[in-house]
Each structure stands twice: as structure tokens, then as C-alpha cells.
Design a protein around this ligand. Structure first.
Ligand SMILES: C[S@@+](CC[C@H](N)C(=O)[O-])C[C@H]1O[C@@H](n2cnc3c(N)ncnc32)[C@H](O)[C@@H]1O
Length: 359
């Protein structure tokens, strides 16, 4: 038996290892509980209640019959343990315990400006489960084709394009992530100072550009994205939308922003995008810049949870797009191979960093 002969581990360490494995066997249920909570609107119901809520009031706010209060309790217990709610014990036998929102579950309240409810729908879309059930293909098939495409027969962006509801949810999810940029933008205003124009490449519905314009109303911002994404978007003062293909050409500007774009693509295609960015800022000479907002894996400095999140994003990028999250030295290699001469890294946006890239 492998644990006794050559292993110096004692019984308690072996039991701990067994628990570690079991944690990952059942861990998907913690994730599914978040999906369930979002679908039935638990956070919304507590928010609407306006004060800590008892389980029976929560059940009736969710229109659940009394027979389901026990099931709800089981979900609330796990979700509370996982930091999504807090529980205040009852003061006496007449009173029921009550549940309140935490900072994490406030992200699931649909009326909040920082809301990740659409991200939950994207993350748990059935296509994701189908893809993972075929993950063996990653090792048995031509890796030039992303796993998602190999399973569904179409690229992720085509898949999104062909499902009107999902396109809408996906764009809202990405825009929700961009809302979070607001918190970090104050600390990096200097990055945008002195720029008269900016192209937000793969800028979706323009959420980041709108935020930048709040601080720099005189800057001319152009959002370049796929034609179907920008088709019905209205231009506003100093904000315009261009339907196109970043692999073909990028409109000229003082700076190009690439937020959450390069991680969708492998090195070869990312270099192609970066070279087109370099061309787009060439009119500004050495003062032009490319601003990348993306994940930088840093196992040495980041804590365990942060690294786990970044590595999970990496597998998501691998399976959906053949893309990748990159370490600092991988970013540098990519940037220099595209012909740029220098870059600065600032970890500003939670799990994302800002990289300024100069010709
Ligand atoms: C992960 S989203 C990031 C959106 C936005 N930058 C943000 O963070 O809010 C990637 C974006 O790239 C766009 N995209 C994909 N292929 C593209 C292409 N060939 N040309 C321009 N945009 C593209 C997608 O439509 C999508 O909006």
C-alpha cells in the first residue's frame, strides 16, 4: 500500500490528503449553489427586504412552499459557510435566526451597479459543461482548434453571435466586469493624461470607454468590436463605435486600450493584434502607447486564492479559445516580439493588472 511502505506520512496527514481530494470531488456543488442562489434570486430577496431576513420570510419572498424551507436551509448553510451570507443567531427560542448579505453576495443583487449575476449565467452555461465532459479531446485532438470549437462545431465568439439572448448576457457580463474598473481608475489617471484620442479594441459595448470619458471628457474614444456587437450601439459625445476586425486593421489614435482581449488569443494571434496596435499609434511617435488591462500570473507574490483564480481563468481561456493567462515574462516576450521597446506593469484592478506598452 502506497501510504505505508515508503511514505513517511502519518495517519492524520493521510486523512487530510483524503479530505483534500474529496473537497475537489464535491467542490462543484459550492459553485452550483451560487448558480442556484442567483437563479432563484436569494440576494435580491434579502436586498429587497432591507434588513436581516428569517428563513421563513426568505422562503415566502422566493415563493417557495413551506415544505421547501428545509432545502433552502441546507443551501443557506453552505452558502453562509462559503462567505455569501452571514447568519445572526436567534436571541431566544421564540425568534428565528436571520441572514444578511455579505460584500460577495451584494455582487449578485441585480439592482447593484457592480453586479455579476450575468457573469453567473455565462459561467454556468450548459455549453461549458458539455465542453468539459469532452476535455480528454485536449490531449487526443489537434490542439490548433479550441476545445469549445471541437465540441460545438463553432468558435466561442460565433456561438455567442448566433444566440441573441446569450450575446446580450455575455456583453452585459463583460460590461459588469468593466464597471469594476471604476474603482481602480482613480489610481491610474496619469496613464490617460495627455491623450487626445483612444481606440478601445475589442471594447464590447463601450463600458470602459464611458468610464474613461467620465474623467477625460475631451478625449475622443472609438470602440472597435465585431460588427454584430456594435451594430445597434448609439454614438455619444466623443464616443463612437466601429464594427470591424482587429486582425485586419485598427483605427489610428494616440493610444490603444486592450482590456481583457489578449488573453483570448494564443501568442501568434496576440502578436498580430499588438502589431496592428503599434501601427494604429504610429502617428503619435514615441508618445503613443498601448494600454493592456489583463491578468498577470504571479505565483510568488499573489496569495493562494488569487493564484487559483488566475489559473482557473487560464484553463477557461485554453478550453474556450486556445488563449492563455500570462506571467510577467510571457507578457514581456509577447510585447517585445511585436516590436515594442518598453513596458510597465501595475497591479491595479483586483485580479487584473495594467500594462503600459511603448513603441
Ligand atoms: C472578453 S471581451 C472584452 C470586452 C471589453 N474589452 C471589456 O473588457 O469590457 C473580448 C471582446 O473582443 C471582441 N472581439 C473578438 N474578436 C474580435 C475581432 N476580430 N475584432 C474586434 N473585436 C473582437 C469580442 O466581441 C468581445 O467584445
Amino acid at each position: 500500500m502506497v501510504f505505508t511502505d515508503n511514505d513517511s506520512a502519518n495517519a492524520s496527514e493521510i486523512y487530510k490528503a483524503q479530505m483534500h481530494v474529496n473537497k475537489y470531488l464535491l467542490g462543484f456543488q459550492s459553485c452550483m449553489a451560487v448558480k442556484f442562489a442567483t437563479e432563484v434570486g436569494i440576494a435580491d430577496a434579502i436586498h429587497r427586504h432591507g434588513k436581516p431576513i428569517t428563513l421563513s420570510d426568505l422562503a415566502s419572498a422566493l415563493n417557495l412552499p413551506p415544505s421547501k424551507v428545509g432545502v433552502l436551509h441546507r443551501f443557506m448553510r453552505l452558502l453562509t459557510h462559503n462567505g455569501f451570507f452571514t447568519k445572526t443567531p436567534s436571541q431566544n427560542s421564540e425568534e428565528e435566526e436571520t441572514y444578511s448579505l455579505t460584500l460577495a453576495s451584494k455582487f449578485l443583487v441585480r439592482s447593484n451597479s457592480f453586479c455579476l449575476a450575468d457573469n453567473v449565467e455565462v459561467a454556468f452555461h450548459p455549453s461549458m459543461f458539455n465542453m468539459w465532459n469532452s476535455s480528454k479531446k485536449l490531449f487526443t485532438e489537434d490542439t490548433q482548434v479550441p476545445l469549445f470549437e471541437s465540441v460545438t462545431g463553432e468558435s466561442y465568439f460565433d456561438f455567442i453571435k448566433n444566440d441573441f439572448h446569450f450575446l446580450d448576457v455575455f456583453q452585459k457580463a463583460v460590461a459588469a466586469d468593466s464597471e469594476m474598473i471604476k474603482l481602480g481608475l482613480q489610481e491610474c489617471k496619469h496613464v490617460f493624461e495627455g491623450l487626445a484620442s483612444l481606440v478601445d479594441v475589442g471594447g464590447g459595448t463601450g463600458a470602459v470607454s464611458r468610464l474613461i470619458l467620465e474623467s477625460f471628457p475631451h478625449m475622443k474614444c472609438t470602440v472597435l468590436d465585431l460588427p454584430q456587437v456594435v451594430a445597434n450601439l448609439k454614438t455619444a459625445q466623443n464616443l463612437s463605435f466601429v464594427g470591424g476586425d482587429m486582425f485586419e486593421s485598427i483605427p489610428s489614435a494616440d493610444a490603444v486600450l486592450l482590456k481583457w482581449v489578449l488573453h483570448n488569443w494564443d501568442d501568434e494571434l496576440s502578436i498580430k493584434i499588438l502589431k496592428n496596435c503599434k501601427e494604429a499609434i504610429s502617428g503619435k511617435g514615441k508618445e503613443g502607447k498601448v494600454i493592456i488591462i489583463d491578468v498577470v500570473i504571479d505565483e510568488a507574490s499573489d496569495d493562494r486564492d488569487l493564484t487559483e483564480l488566475k489559473l482557473n481563468f487560464d484553463l477557461a481561456m485554453l478550453t474556450f479559445f486556445n488563449g492563455k493567462e500570462r506571467e510577467k515574462k510571457e507578457w514581456e516576450k509577447l510585447i517585445y516580439q511585436a516590436g515594442f521597446t518598453s513596458c510597465n506593469f501595475s497591479p491595479l484592478f483586483g485580479f487584473k493588472s495594467l500594462i503600459e506598452v511603448y513603441p
